[in-house]
Design a protein around this ligand. Sequence first.
Ligand SMILES: Nc1nc2c(c(=O)[nH]1)N[C@H]1C(S)=C(S)[C@@H](COP(=O)(O)O)O[C@H]1N2
Ligand SMILES: [Mo]
Length: 225
Amino acid sequence: MHGKADRLKGAKAPKNQQPIDSSLQHRLPPGQSLTEKFPILHEGEVPAYDLATWNLRVFGEVEEERTFTYDELKNMQQSRVVCDIHCVTRWSKFDAPWDGVLFTDFLKEIKVNPEAKYVMIHADPDYDTNIPLEDLMREDILLAFDFDSKPLTLKHGWPLRLVVPHLYFWKSAKWIRGIEFMKEDREGFWERNGFHNTADPFLEQRFSGESIPIPEDEWTRKEFD
Ligand SMILES: Nc1nc2c(c(=O)[nH]1)N[C@H]1C(S)=C(S)[C@@H](COP(=O)(O)O)O[C@H]1N2
Ligand SMILES: [Mo]
């Protein structure tokens, strides 16, 4: 019997929507297909917030727990990251421009315990994803407010999402509300549900082996902008 994860594993990438220039080919991970669209993918309902009460909580292996308001984050050093993004459902998008706070700048505000080696990103609605702290120390990890010089749309994660360019896009949690520093690794939502713990698109680390309810061409039928 073939599970949906097995079908996705064996599936060919959808036909490219656009021909890809050979000089760009090295930027497209194996099994991916390039799109200029911006598909919208998530579990559950798009959350609604009042920015006056919205906050971001930092907890776990830290010297003291902190809660940041929207304005406090907006007043930190803002930076731009332009990156390629790769979704496990086989779409990739090049040169996505994001603006926000570099994770390394954000960390200057926090005293992380030396024992902390992993991070759990907590997001609405009931979403989480785990990433090694070392990965988040890269120079292109962003807490993003804006995409394409405009505030994130509600469906793409307004008011704040994480952007982790070097891992499959499910690690780039939308609607983030909490950052938990951890001594030991723990699995997030998709990692518990059959996706790979590490998620390097160039190594095609899509699955850990269990069944996943996502058909291979799902993204082509999804909403996008
Ligand atoms: N909070 C939250 N963030 C999430 C998800 C989710 O279900 N909930 N899905 C992830 C997945 S699987 C992908 S591919 C990207 C999609 O982001 P986009 O809709 O902006 O393209 O969001 C990621 N972040
Ligand atoms: Mo995804």
